[in-house]
Design a protein around this ligand. Structure first.
Ligand code: BG6
Length: 481
């Protein structure tokens, strides 16, 4: 890092959560059931997330972590006060579609649901914190899944537009930064968790998923169009689960495979940001007999309604190889498994830790799209054990974040335009992939265990004051460490 390095003035430091991982109150005040509410903790979770779902009713033998989560629904004032104490400039949260339209296509929105987010946005504004809103963070009303097959059906495009227009109408003036679908590329990996899609055994997976992707891309473009019409001041972005695929070796076959794997994710953003289906996708469709059903006007809609900025999550880089021996050595990392990189460490959950990969990925996205980037998720999921005096000495988290912040600054020095950084789970929340509470990302500890026991009491970890100083000095405190 050079002496001159600094984060831009007005950099949006903060944190990010999702409705279903934090709010709890899963049926309160008229909210409808969602796909995520059906995901139990434990062994059955993974298969369901992947699309193997045989029932849409709750089974009382299961424990469902989203049902109570950390009860942000009732604790939001206290939690926002703590974020304000850390000096947050921005806070990313999602609106639960089923709080606003419990069945997804109700005649009238649910006033109690709308009023809840009014209270949250007002509280944020009171503390001078800019809300950053994800319109859909994985959740889909179960009623739409049962009746239409979720995003497999084109019906969802217009229903999503109605939902988006409803919240734009209500919250314009309170919310400037919007994002359409969280980690839109998750649809290919965990179709039920990411998009409410159930796959039958005899179904053509690619056909079903890319058709659903087309519907989400249309819905995203319609939301962008509506935002432009209704809120000229707003900024609306997309959101990618990012992390470059390195070629495992310089064998051109590995290099090509890495590029190909990256394109599997870039496909979505290429459409959302550049406005056209890329040539490599058309070739993939042709070679795999994928026939995307489109209607007149679809391509124009996509072309004319591209996003303002690129939101992304970065947890890990990945490795691609064509060598069967190398392929045996796999590791996880934000859901997409990858070949284990011998040069990097992994977290307790096997996720690759690669701060330099953050700089590389940010440069890669900037070079490709030339639009402002917003880092809307990053962090370390780790086990925190309170000391006998109740304090939590999470030096490992500080080390992870410090290394990533330094690389983010390097990327900014490289000329990459980054408008903000919201770390994942600034307060401990339920893990999306495992349903555990034990996998904690927060600066704020929540007394809640995997089985739902605990007082829900909030307390500050060591990283709380550390992040506070980073924000207070706009990153200058990193220089002295
Ligand atoms: C991202 C999601 O994939 O990673 C979040 O957008 C999720 O919802 C985060 O929580 C971290 O993953 P996990 O499985 O550790 O909670």
């Amino acid at each position: 890092m050079t002496n001159q390095s600094q984060f831009p003035e007005g950099f949006l430091w903060g944190g990010a959560i999702a409705a279903n991982q934090a709010e709890g109150s899963y049926l309160a005040d008229g909210k409808g059931l969602t796909n995520v509410d059906l995901l139990p903790a434990g062994e059955k979770r993974r298969a369901m997330m992947e699309g193997k779902v045989d029932s849409f009713t709750l089974n009382h033998e299961n424990f469902y972590p989203s049902h109570d989560a950390i009860d942000f629904y009732h604790h939001y004032k206290e939690d926002i006060a703590l974020f304000a104490e850390m000096g947050f400039k921005a806070f990313r949260l999602s609106i639960s579609w089923a709080r606003i339209f419990p069945n997804g296509d109700d005649e009238q929105p649910n006033e109690a649901g709308l009023a809840f987010y009014d209270r949250v946005f007002d509280e944020l504004r009171k503390h001078g914190i800019e809300p950053v809103v994800t319109i859909a963070h994985f959740d889909v009303p179960v009623s739409l899944i049962e009746r239409f097959g979720s995003w497999k059906s084109r019906k969802l495009v217009d229903l999503f537009e109605t939902y988006a227009r409803t919240i734009f109408e209500r919250y314009q003036g309170k919310v400037k930064y919007w994002m359409t679908f969280n980690e839109i590329n998750m649809l290919l990996h965990l179709p039920f968790m990411g998009a409410g899609i159930v796959l039958q055994e005899d179904e053509d997976r690619n056909q079903a998923l890319y058709q659903a992707a087309h519907h989400q891309l249309l819905a995203s473009a319609k939301a962008v169009k509506a935002a432009r019409e209704m809120m000229p001041e707003a900024q609306i972005g997309c959101m990618l689960a990012a992390g470059m695929n390195y070629p495992y070796s310089c064998n051109p076959e590995d290099v090509w495979k890495g590029m190909d794997k990256d394109r599997e994710s870039f496909f979505f953003i290429d459409v959302q940001s550049r406005g056209t289906y890329p040539g490599y996708a058309k070739r993939f469709f042709k070679e795999n007999n994928i026939d995307i059903q489109m209607e007149d006007g679809d391509l124009e809609l996509l072309k004319e309604n591209t996003v303002d900025y690129i939101g992304f999550s970065y947890y890990s880089s990945r490795c691609a190889s064509t060598d069967p021996e190398v392929l045996k050595n796999q590791t996880s990392g934000n859901v997409f498994g990858s070949v284990r990189n011998p040069y990097t460490k992994v977290s307790e959950w096997g996720w690759t830790i690669d701060p330099k990969g953050f700089r590389i990925t940010a440069n890669q996205l900037w070079d490709r799209y030339q639009k402002p980037l917003f880092v809307v998720e990053n962090g370390l999921g780790a086990v925190d054990t309170p000391e006998t005096d109740g304090t939590i000495q999470d030096d490992y988290r500080i080390a992870y974040l410090r290394a990533h912040f330094k690389e983010m600054l390097e990327a900014i020095e490289d000329g990459v335009e980054i408008i903000g950084y919201t770390s994942w789970g600034p307060i401990d929340i339920v893990s999306a992939s495992t349903g555990e509470m034990k996998k904690r990302y927060g600066y704020i500890y929540v007394d809640r265990n995997n089985d739902g026991s605990g007082t829900l009491q909030r307390s500050k970890k060591k990283s709380f004051d550390w992040y506070k100083e980073v924000i207070e000095t706009n990153g200058a405190s990193l220089e002295k460490e």
